[in-house]
Design a protein around this ligand. Structure first.
Ligand code: SF4
Length: 637
C-alpha cells in the first residue's frame, strides 16, 4: 500500500486491444511523486527516440498526483503528457474538473496509452472493468456534444474526456475536453488522442484512497478549505476569476492586440471580467473540491447565434478578444464555444487566426487562398477560420499546423510576426517591455506558455529594474558582480519554474497560492500527512527542479539541433517597438535577449547552447540521463 495513491497504473495498447494493470513502481513515486513527474519520466524512458508524434508508438499519458482526489482544496487536477505535435518536444497539459479523482477511485494513478485502434473507439473504465468500445457514432461530433451523448448512454456518474473534430483531424493544437468547459488545452494532446482513433475515455470509480494519517489530514484539509475562503483576496478574485485581470493587463500595456502588433485594446472594458458577470454569467462553476470556483458558466447571444459556454477565462479573452479584436464579451464567448465544441485550444486558435488576418492585410495570403475576405474585429472571420482549421479544409489545412509551420511554408516575411516559441503559440501577456516574463516564455519547457512561470507582476512593479539598467548599460554577464545577477530576474524565473509546476506534480490547483496567497508550506504539510513521506516545501521543489532538467533533456533528445536558437522570440519582439499604449516605444534588443539566456543557462547549469551538463544532470539525480547523453555525444566538453 502506498498512502495517497491508488497504487496501480493501467497500460492500454490500442493496436493490440489489450489492457494491463500494473503496480505503481515505488522508485517512480519516490523520485517523481506524481502528475507531471510521472509524465516526464515515462516519456523519457519509454518513447522510442525520434518517432513522429502521430506514430502509434507515441504515448499519451493521463497522470494524477498524490493529492488528487483527497479531501483538500482544489484537488481535482489531471496531467496529460505526450511527445508534442506542436513542437516535437516535451508536452504536457493540465486539466481541472473531476476526471482525475474518479480515475483514482477506480484504482489507477496513471493511464499509459499506446497504439492506434483500428476503428474509432472509446475507453471505458468502470472500477476493475476496462473495455475498448466502438465509437463510430460519436466520431465527427463536437467535444461537448460527444460528452453529452456519452453521459446519456453511461450515466452522470461517469467522468468523461473527449476530443472534437480538431483532434480527429490532427490539428496540432487540438485539446482534450472535459466537464463541458475544462480543457487540457495546450501542446496538441488532443491531436495525439485523435491519432490513436480514441474519441473519449469514460471513468467511474467507487473505491477509496489510503491516507497515512487520516484524522490529521482531514483536519488540515478542512482547515485549509476555510483558510482559503478567509483570505483577503477571496471576495475580490473569485467572482470574476481569471477574467478579472483584463483591466490590469491593458492598463499596464501587456494585452495581446492585433496579433501582438500592440499591447493595449481600447475596447477592453467590453470584454473584461465585469462584462462576463453582467452580460453572460448564469452560475459559478468549479473543479473537484474547489473553494474558489473560477469558472463562469454563461449564455452568449450574438448575430451568429447563441451558445451556453463555460468562460471565457482570461487567456481566451486575450487571444480572441484582444488578438483577434472581437469587440464584445458575447462575441468572445461565442468564439470560445466554437473552440470548445471543435476541440481547439483557444490560445493557439486565437494566435493562428490573428496571424492569418495579418497575413491577409499585408497581402501575404490572398482571398483565393483563404476563400473569402477576412478581417480583425469580425466574428464571422473568426468562426469561418476556426471551422476551416478544425476540418483541415482549404486554408485550414495550412493553419492547422500552427503559426510556426504555416509561416515556414508560406514565407514572405510572415515568420517575423508568427508569435510562438518552439512551435507553441504565445499566451496572453505581451512581453516586449518585461524581461522576466520574456525569459519565462523563452525557457518554458513546452514552448511559449505562462503556466511555468508568471513573473510579469515583478516586471511591471519595477522589481527588476536592475536588469533593465544592466542591459541598457551594456552589462556583460561574465563580469557583473554575482549579487546583481543573483537578484535579477533569472533567479526569480527559476524559482517560479520550480514552484508553479510543483502543483502539476501534486495534482491540485495552484491558483489558491498564486491568486490568494495560500501559503505553499500548507501543501507540503498536506502531502506529508496524506503520503506519510515527510517533506518540506523546499524539499518538494528539489523534485520539481529534477523534472525541469528532465523535460529539457527530453526535448534536447527529440528535436534536431535543439538549443539556444529555439529559445528565441519571434523577430517582432526585438525589432518592432510597441507602437502605442502604456508601453509605447519599448522593446528588448536581440542582444538583450541573448544576455538573459546566457545568464539563465549559467544559473541552470547548462552549457552555452542551453544543454544540461553532465555535472548538472548528476547533481539533480539524473545519472541515467547523463549516461544517455554521453552515449549520444550531446556533451560538448
Ligand atoms: S480555482 Fe478554478 S481552475 Fe482552480 S480548481 Fe478552482 S475552479 Fe478549478
Amino acid at each position: 500500500m502506498m498512502p495517497g495513491y491508488a497504487g496501480a497504473m493501467l497500460r492500454v495498447d490500442l493496436s493490440r486491444a489489450t489492457v494491463r494493470k500494473e503496480p505503481l513502481p515505488a522508485p517512480l513515486v519516490k523520485q517523481y511523486i506524481g502528475g507531471r513527474g510521472f509524465v516526464a519520466k515515462i516519456l523519457y524512458d519509454e518513447i522510442e527516440p525520434g518517432i513522429s508524434p502521430f506514430d502509434p508508438a507515441n504515448i499519451l499519458i493521463a497522470a494524477t498526483g498524490p493529492l488528487t482526489g483527497h479531501f483538500l482544496p482544489a484537488s481535482g487536477k489531471t496531467h496529460f503528457g505526450t511527445k508534442s505535435p506542436a513542437t516535437g518536444g516535451y508536452a504536457d497539459s493540465n486539466m481541472g474538473g473531476h476526471f482525475g479523482p474518479q480515475l483514482k477511485y477506480a484504482g489507477y494513478d496513471l493511464l499509459i496509452i499506446t497504439g492506434r485502434a483500428q476503428t474509432p473507439s472509446y475507453l471505458l473504465i468502470n472500477d476493475a472493468t476496462v473495455e475498448i468500445r466502438p465509437a463510430a457514432e460519436y466520431w465527427g461530433q463536437g467535444a461537448l456534444t460527444a460528452e453529452k451523448n456519452l453521459k446519456s448512454l453511461l450515466g452522470d456518474d461517469f467522468q468523461i474526456i473527449t476530443i472534437g473534430p480538431a483532434g480527429e483531424n490532427g490539428v496540432r493544437f487540438a485539446c482534450i475536453s472535459h466537464d463541458f468547459g475544462r480543457q487540457a488545452g495546450r501542446t496538441g494532446v488532443g491531436a495525439v488522442l485523435g491519432s490513436k482513433n480514441l474519441k473519449a475515455i469514460a471513468v467511474k470509480g467507487t473505491g477509496s484512497l489510503p491516507v497515512a494519517d487520516l484524522p490529521a489530514a482531514y483536519a488540515k484539509g478542512k482547515d485549509a478549505y476555510q483558510k482559503v475562503r478567509a483570505k483577503p483576496g477571496f471576495e475580490g478574485w473569485t467572482p470574476e476569476g481569471t477574467a478579472g485581470i483584463t483591466n490590469w493587463t491593458n492598463e499596464v500595456g501587456v494585452f495581446p492586440t492585433r496579433n501582438f502588433q500592440t499591447s493595449f485594446s481600447p475596447h477592453y472594458q467590453q470584454i473584461n471580467g465585469r462584462a462576463v458577470i453582467e452580460r453572460l454569467k448564469i452560475t459559478d462553476k468549479g473543479c473537484y473540491c474547489c473553494p474558489t470556483p473560477c469558472g463562469k458558466y454563461g449564455h452568449a447571444r450574438t448575430d451568429r447565434g447563441s451558445a451556453y459556454v463555460e468562460g471565457p477565462e482570461y487567456e481566451t479573452i486575450a487571444l480572441l478578444g484582444g488578438n483577434c479584436c472581437l469587440q464584445t464579451i458575447e462575441e468572445v464567448a461565442y468564439a470560445n464555444y466554437l473552440c470548445d465544441e471543435l476541440g481547439l485550444d483557444t490560445i493557439s486558435a486565437g494566435a493562428v487566426v490573428s496571424w492569418a488576418i495579418e497575413c491577409f492585410e499585408k497581402g501575404i495570403l490572398s482571398q483565393d487562398q483563404i476563400g473569402r475576405d477576412i478581417q480583425f474585429a469580425d466574428l464571422d472571420t473568426v468562426a469561418y477560420l476556426l471551422d476551416q482549421i478544425a476540418q483541415r479544409k482549404g486554408i485550414g489545412d495550412l493553419l492547422a499546423d500552427g503559426v510556426k509551420t504555416a509561416a515556414e511554408k508560406i514565407g514572405r516575411g510572415s515568420e517575423q510576426f508568427a508569435i510562438h516559441v518552439k512551435g507553441l503559440e504565445w499566451t496572453g501577456y505581451e512581453s516586449r517591455n518585461a524581461p522576466s516574463m520574456m525569459l519565462a516564455y523563452l525557457t518554458a519547457d513546452v514552448g511559449a506558455h505562462h503556466n511555468r512561470a508568471w513573473v510579469l507582476g515583478h516586471d511591471v512593479a519595477g522589481a527588476w529594474t536592475s536588469v533593465h539598467d544592466l542591459i541598457a548599460a551594456g552589462g556583460d554577464p561574465e563580469t557583473q558582480p554575482k549579487a546583481v545577477v543573483a537578484e535579477n530576474c533569472v533567479q526569480y524565473v527559476i524559482e517560479s519554474q520550480h514552484t508553479r509546476p510543483m502543483f502539476d506534480v501534486l495534482g491540485c490547483c495552484r491558483l489558491q497560492l498564486m491568486e490568494l496567497g495560500f501559503e505553499a508550506e500548507n501543501y507540503a504539510e498536506l502531502y506529508s500527512l496524506i503520503t506519510g513521506d515527510r517533506k518540506s516545501w523546499p524539499q518538494l521543489l528539489q523534485v520539481s527542479e529534477r523534472i525541469w532538467h528532465l523535460t529539457r533533456a527530453f526535448s534536447a533528445r527529440e528535436i534536431e539541433d535543439f538549443g539556444r536558437r529555439l529559445d528565441l522570440p519571434p523577430p517582432r519582439f526585438f525589432k518592432e517597438p510597441i507602437p502605442d499604449g502604456p508601453n509605447q516605444g519599448h522593446h528588448l534588443s536581440e542582444a538583450d535577449i541573448h544576455h538573459l539566456l546566457t545568464w539563465y543557462y549559467k544559473a541552470r547549469g547548462w552549457d552555452e547552447n542551453g544543454i544540461p551538463t553532465r555535472q548538472t544532470l548528476k547533481r539533480v539525480g539524473l545519472p541515467d540521463v547523463a549516461a544517455d547523453f554521453e552515449a549520444r555525444g550531446f556533451f560538448v566538453d
